[in-house]
Design a protein around this ligand. Structure first.
Ligand SMILES: Cc1ncc(COP(=O)(O)O)c(C=O)c1O
Length: 412
């Protein structure tokens, strides 16, 4: 039988006009920036042998790094590196299976118990990445008929988790507890509610109003989920995050954390009530159907966690450096967003100015990430401070920024 040239829907064979890849070819934004010499992404960093504190190597040149989330300067710490190397020697390079089947090591179980104790929860579960943890947990914990009330500025991993969930999602204006209260009031009485916020917001570096959220959420029977990706190791008397810093850690139902920032590795975790963690272990598809975190990554995070607990001076030093930077930038007229974390965001209104600035800073040997809309609500030079930075680094950064913005005629 001869195939017809047109299907029953009227679609013609090999019309050539409806290629699914067409959008990729017409996606020219990265090339526009490349052509202008202003593309600042996917820079290739090289080995760090011979680099000093706070430095990385890029195009064979040592560069001062102000764009890393290694807040406590642990990625190159000898104990962390040795723990990872030892784990590889003892366990090999991977687990080759899901946690549920053949992929659970004693290393995973021990670290889960340590993480749970660290954030004062009953139990914890480790995921392959922080993104995976948020995506898996939000989508597994909520069902049709539930409501998820989310801060407007949530990280993409939380947004994706909410999109994947069959629950009704409501967003309240960023850190606006009055609006949050109205969202709670509007929920029908039988709706089960999960409230989602961040301890420290990833781009602007501000702290979530967790006290206000807890005060309102509890009387409505809502459960509260806090992403502490940028809070753990940075805030709180023991470094357990923003909720600890604000004195509400015991009231937070679920703490999410990642290993890719203060814990100097890769991976993520969720901590909470034992029954909730056990439920996630058996129902979160991105956990059940994904290979477990490799031994080296688990061991590195465990070693980093030990240092977070035993060397609080790292956190205090990093926060002091960030405070110094904020003050110095403000005194020179830069518009720095309010905050008290490791993230020091400077508003540079114009996108091209921001890219020109970052490119010029790199030419001066300083790497900082430009964060452009729509990844953030305003264009930001997102400076992140770490325990590796010194007063001299801050002075160099501020002096260079002042000179380069003047040279480029960028408004402060
Ligand atoms: C607030 C927040 N949550 C989650 C993640 C995802 O963590 P990971 O990079 O470990 O996947 C990030 C990473 O940038 C983040 O900033």
């Amino acid at each position: 039988m001869r195939a017809s040239a047109t299907s029953s829907t009227g679609r013609k064979k090999s019309s050539g006009t409806n290629d699914i890849f067409e959008k990729c070819r017409s996606f020219t934004r990265p090339n526009d920036f490349r052509d202008a010499g202003l593309y600042m992404y996917f820079e290739v960093f090289e080995e760090r042998e011979g680099c000093g504190p706070g430095e990385v190597r890029l195009a064979k040149r040592k560069v001062l790094m102000f764009g890393s989330n290694d807040y406590l300067d642990l990625i190159t710490h000898p104990e962390v590196k040795e723990a990872a190397a030892l784990a590889i020697r003892k366990y090999g390079s991977g687990c080759s299976g899901s946690r549920m089947l053949n992929g659970t090591l004693d290393l995973h179980v021990t670290l889960e118990a340590e993480l749970a104790a660290f954030v004062k929860k009953e139990a914890a579960i480790i995921f392959g990445t922080g993104f995976q943890a948020n995506y898996a947990a939000l989508s597994a914990l909520t069902e049709k008929g539930d409501a998820m009330i989310c801060d407007h500025n949530l990280h993409a991993s939380l947004v994706e988790g909410a999109l994947r969930s069959p629950a009704r999602t409501v967003r309240f204006r960023h850190n606006d507890v009055d609006h949050f209260e109205r969202c709670l009031e509007n929920c029908p009485p039988d709706e089960k509610i999960l409230v989602v916020s961040e301890g420290v917001f990833s781009m602007e570096g501000d702290i979530g109003d967790l006290r206000g959220i807890m005060k309102l959420a509890k009387p409505y029977g809502a459960r509260v989920y806090v992403d502490e990706a940028h809070g753990i190791g940075v805030l709180g008397p023991t470094g357990a995050g923003a909720a600890e810093h604000l004195g509400v850690l015991d009231q937070v139902d679920i703490v999410m954390g990642t290993f890719s920032k203060s814990l100097a590795s890769v991976g993520g975790f969720i901590a909470g009530e034992r029954a909730v963690i056990d439920y996630l272990k058996h129902t979160a598809r991105a956990f059940v159907f994904s290979a477990s975190l490799p031994p080296a990554s688990v061991a590195a995070a465990a070693a980093a966690l030990r240092i977070v607990k035993s060397e609080p001076e790292r956190r205090l030093r990093m926060l002091r450096i960030a405070r110094q930077l904020r003050a110095e930038l403000r005194s020179r007229g830069f518009l720095v967003l309010d905050g008290e974390t490791a993230i020091v965001p400077v508003v540079i209104q114009d996108e091209l100015d921001l890219c020109r600035l970052c490119t010029a800073l790199l030419a001066e040997g300083i790497y900082i990430n430009p964060v452009l809309r729509p990844y953030t609500t305003q264009n930001l030079l997102r400076i992140s401070c770490t325990a590796a930075h010194t007063e001299a680094h801050i002075e160099r950064l501020v002096a260079t920024l002042e000179r380069v913005t003047d040279q480029l005629g960028i408004e402060r």
